[in-house]
Design a protein around this ligand. Structure first.
Ligand code: 5MM
Length: 337
């Protein structure tokens, strides 16, 4: 059993100043949708080639400290026969794995979902660690619809699953990234997003405490507090930064070493502007960083288009995007871990 200091060392590596996480853990349906939008067939070989492109980007380790993989990718090799976790480790990037199995509908709570994947998780975690993973991620999805959604039942069911996932991960010697995502889809206001995010985080940290999760050996992955994408009144960058930090200060214990933001469907540019404003405010008790999926990958995927001839252009796009986000992590947003 790896020691607690091994988990702290992993946390420290993931929170290296000026670096963030690359979320490349799209499940088969999600990567299928991303590829389909560009008319790229979602074959196992195309998915492998795309992830190889991402992970072998020259100099990626200068701005990316960790990468989240999907089960299929963790088991794949590059065209030169190097296992994906190893190719990342050679770049100084910590390999991690998404361990949830996606969402299923909650009975009698129309439109609400719970994340599946606890059955057999203990055994899967042991296998993932042997395959080279050093951290894990589990995403809960919380939708805002009017004043009725999310329900307390949905929030608490997901909080409990997140806590069980986190404590099992720590038991297996893996650093858990706890991700309760409040979706930005909807016509809700910034204030409503803040209210829901605050309640969700309070319930999640209550469940983490009840399940004896070691806060010092986990990371929180959360959305920024935003106006819903269909809200007629869109909050500006400074309002988003202010609301996000106020919400996090009210809910996230200072014992948590780091908070990494998801991009949630924001464009790459807007996500970076928000990250920059949040980090610029400084004075946070946690290290702040990014764990973007779409906001890091979109420029690279658009450049690649599924063609080997475009690999270098796609890698240049990823490297440039990662650098912009690395630059947004100002010194004031960091603390020693
Ligand atoms: C990269 O996408 C991840 C996997 O999503 P699915 O399980 O739905 O296929 C996702 O968990 C991602 O890590 C987070 O949603 C953050 O991604 P964005 O694109 O919001 O930064």
């Amino acid at each position: 059993m790896p020691s607690s200091s091994a988990l702290s060392a992993t946390v420290q590596a993931m929170l290296t100043p000026g670096k963030g996480l690359l979320a490349a853990d799209e499940s088969l349906p999600t990567i299928g949708r991303r590829f389909e939008a560009l008319a790229i067939p979602s074959t196992e070989e195309n998915r492998r080639a795309y992830r190889e492109l991402l992970f072998t980007t020259p100099g990626l380790g200068e701005t990316i400290s960790g990468a989240i993989l999907f089960d299929e990718t963790l088991r794949q090799k590059t065209s030169r026969g190097v296992p994906m976790p190893e190719v990342l480790a050679r770049q100084g990037i910590v390999p991690g794995i998404k361990v949830d199995k996606g969402t299923v509908a909650l009975p009698r709570l129309e439109g609400e979902k719970i994340t599946a994947g606890l059955d057999g998780l203990r055994d899967r975690l042991t296998e993932y660690r042997a395959l080279g993973a050093r951290f894990t991620k589990w995403r809960a999805v919380i939708a805002i619809t009017g004043l009725e959604r999310p329900t307390r039942m949905c929030i608490d069911d997901n909080a409990r699953a997140l806590a069980l996932f986190a404590v099992l991960s720590q038991e297996a010697g893996l650093v858990p990234i706890v991700e309760p995502e409040v979706l930005m889809e909807g016509d809700h206001s910034l204030a409503r997003c803040a209210e829901v995010t605050e309640l969700v985080l309070l319930r999640v940290f209550d469940a983490l405490a009840a399940h004896r999760v070691v806060l010092e050996e986990m990371l929180l992955k959360t959305g920024m507090v935003l106006s819903g994408d269909k809200c007629p009144e869109q909050a500006g960058v400074s309002a988003v930064a202010e609301a996000t930090l106020r919400c996090l200060r009210r809910t996230v214990p200072a014992a948590v070493p780091g908070i990494v933001f998801l991009s949630g469907g924001q464009s790459a540019d807007v996500a970076t502007q928000h990250l920059d404003a949040i980090c610029r405010a400084g004075n946070a008790p946690w290290t702040l960083s990014f764990s973007f999926g779409r906001a890091l990958q979109s420029p690279a995927l658009d450049a690649w288009q599924g063609s080997p001839a475009n690999v270098a252009a796609a890698q240049a796009a990823l490297q440039a995007c990662a650098k912009r986000n690395g630059a947004a992590l100002h010194a004031g947003a960091r603390r020693e871990v």
